[in-house]
Write a protein that binds this ligand. Structure first.
Ligand SMILES: Nc1ncnc2c1ncn2[C@@H]1O[C@H](COP(=O)(O)OP(=O)(O)O)[C@@H](O)[C@H]1O
Ligand SMILES: [Mg+2]
Length: 253
């Protein structure tokens, strides 16, 4: 069963002056359960729009988005999916634990179970000792861990990530990649992430969807069968990166 399926999805955005902007054209992607899929493309090519459509935040103008085989307009189990945004969007007046708890407050869990889940998730991301710290007391990497914990606390089956580590230093970023892979496997999640960073796509994903811009369309879908963990300096990874860079840049000329 595919966790997510995009069936010839197209999107236009209205413009006050002039013709509508054609953002995505006939996008067709099947994402099996437990897959780790990267949507790779340059800035402005429609990656966030694509992720927003999977999340049910934006309606496709043509084609359909299917979640567990159900058209997204009829899908009801939205709590099985969470979204990690490009900015960490932590609430500065809340501690790490209170920020993580935020993801559960709309749900039906009692206080004790909520607190248990928050503690468990903070431990999962390596922040057990920082539950009472405020965001301004935390490093960029730790804030990113809090944001990840907030996304995980509802125990989603599908995690959508929109360039969530793009502002981190390379070393911290590599740590977050390793954490994410460990947790995805532990929790048997499906990951769909968008990135403009070819190396990030190759290190994390088992399938990379290359988008070309204006309008966003699929240039190539590339399966990456290398074993984890993937060393960015290894020959196999650098070769895959080189190949995808060519595929990515061939639209720009
Ligand atoms: N709500 C919107 N209304 C109008 N135009 C939009 C809207 N959202 C995005 N766009 C435009 O659609 C294009 C793709 O945007 P986006 O999906 O954010 O690209 P990416 O995430 O790949 O950088 C851009 O030209 C952007 O300006
Ligand atoms: Mg974006």
């Amino acid at each position: 069963m595919n966790a997510v399926e995009l069936d010839r999805v197209s999107k236009w955005f209205g413009r006050r002056d002039g013709a509508p902007l054609h953002v995505l054209d006939a996008i067709e992607i099947a994402i099996p359960e437990h897959a780790i899929v990267a949507i790779l493309g340059s800035s402005g090519c429609g990656k966030s729009t694509l992720l927003n459509m999977i999340a049910g935040l934006v309606e496709p103008d043509d084609g359909a988005v299917l979640l567990n085989g159900i058209p997204s307009h009829a899908f009801r189990d939205w709590r099985s999916m969470t979204y990690m945004f490009q900015e960490d969007r932590l609430l500065p007046w809340r501690t790490a634990a209170q920020n993580v708890s935020f993801g559960l407050e709309a749900g039906s869990l009692g206080r004790i179970e909520r607190e248990r889940r928050v503690e468990e998730t903070l431990s999962l991301v390596g922040l057990a000792g920082f539950r009472d710290a405020y965001p301004h007391e935390l490093s960029g990497g730790m804030r990113s861990r809090v944001a990840l914990a907030r996304s995980l606390v509802t125990e989603p089956k599908i995690l959508l990530l929109d360039e969530p580590f793009s502002k981190l230093d390379p070393a911290i970023r590599a740590q977050m990649h390793a954490e994410l892979l460990r947790i995805a496997e532990l929790r048997a999640m499906t990951l769909v992430f968008v990135t403009h960073d070819v190396e990030e796509a190759v290190v994390l994903a088992n399938r990379v969807v290359v988008l070309h811009p204006r309008p966003g369309r699929i240039a190539e879908i590339c399966d990456i069968a290398l074993p984890y963990p993937r060393d960015p300096l290894s020959e196999a990874v650098t070769e895959a990166v080189r190949r995808l860079r060519i595929s990515l840049s061939s639209a720009r000329g």
